[in-house]
Design a protein around this ligand. Structure first.
Ligand code: ADP
Length: 218
């Protein structure tokens, strides 16, 4: 079944989410107080309305209750972001995802029941920093403070080795979840699978172990 989405606040973050969801074929309602933002998004949303995300009546009149996911992407106006989130949870929206501006904003959002809190600038900054410091690291997902999933490029050092030869679980304490080669992806690879130079290894583990594997094993 198709999910229904609403995005409140169409700055850079909200409008990118809206466009991508629409491109993926989902129903998206775009909401902003700014008429110009609404005019700009019309072609990329199923519906778009000028409305205030902190106005309970306005939210009800656009039928917000019918949406499975509401993304609150109101920018600097932290007070409005909090109020809108509170109203949406009170109105019974199952999944309310909110962009947080800072740590205190995040703490309040957690308390009032936001289902997912995102920090797009910090997340992107961290990813870019990882690329900058290591040419081997392609992408990076932080699972917790200590654990991550990292995509690393296989170097000549591991070319034509099998996973069993490398034995990285025993040597480094991390696990290869998958191997990408061009457009192919081998998920849950077997011990006899060969690694080629240039493959992208998807590796999960403790950050220290991942770093050790990157520095010594690759
Ligand atoms: P970004 O950092 O993602 O570019 P911005 O701060 O530029 O975010 O954009 C936030 C958007 O949220 C703006 O388009 C603004 O008009 C909209 N906005 C602010 N307050 C509300 C509100 N109460 N209801 C709906 N939209 C709002």
């Amino acid at each position: 079944m198709k999910k229904q989405f609403a995005v409140i606040g169409l700055g850079r973050f909200g409008s990118s989410i809206c466009k991508e969801l629409y491109k993926l074929g989902h129903e998206v309602l775009a909401i902003d107080t700014n008429e110009q933002k609404i005019n700009e998004i019309t072609r990329y949303a199923t519906h778009s309305v000028i409305a205030d995300g902190t106005d309970e009546k306005a939210l009800q009149s656009v039928g917000i209750r019918n949406f499975d996911y509401v993304i609150v992407a109101i920018g600097d106006d932290i007070q409005s972001s909090i109020l809108s989130t509170l109203l949406l949870k009170e109105l019974g929206i199952e999944q309310v995802w909110v962009k947080a501006q800072n740590y205190y904003h995040q703490r309040v959002l957690e308390k009032i029941g936001a289902d997912r809190i995102v920090h797009p600038e910090q997340d992107m900054g961290m990813r870019i920093a990882q690329h900058l410091v290591s040419e081997k690291i392609i992408d990076y997902i932080e699972l917790s403070e200590d654990y991550s999933i990292v995509e690393m490029v296989a170097t000549t050092k591991v070319d034509q080795e099998t996973l069993a030869d490398l034995d990285i679980r025993a040597k480094y304490g991390c696990t290869i979840l998958g191997i990408k080669r061009g457009k192919d992806i081998n998920i849950s690879p077997l011990p006899d699978d060969l690694i080629h130079k240039g493959d992208i290894l998807i590796v999960i583990g403790h950050k220290n172990d991942l770093k050790r594997f990157e520095d010594e094993g690759l």
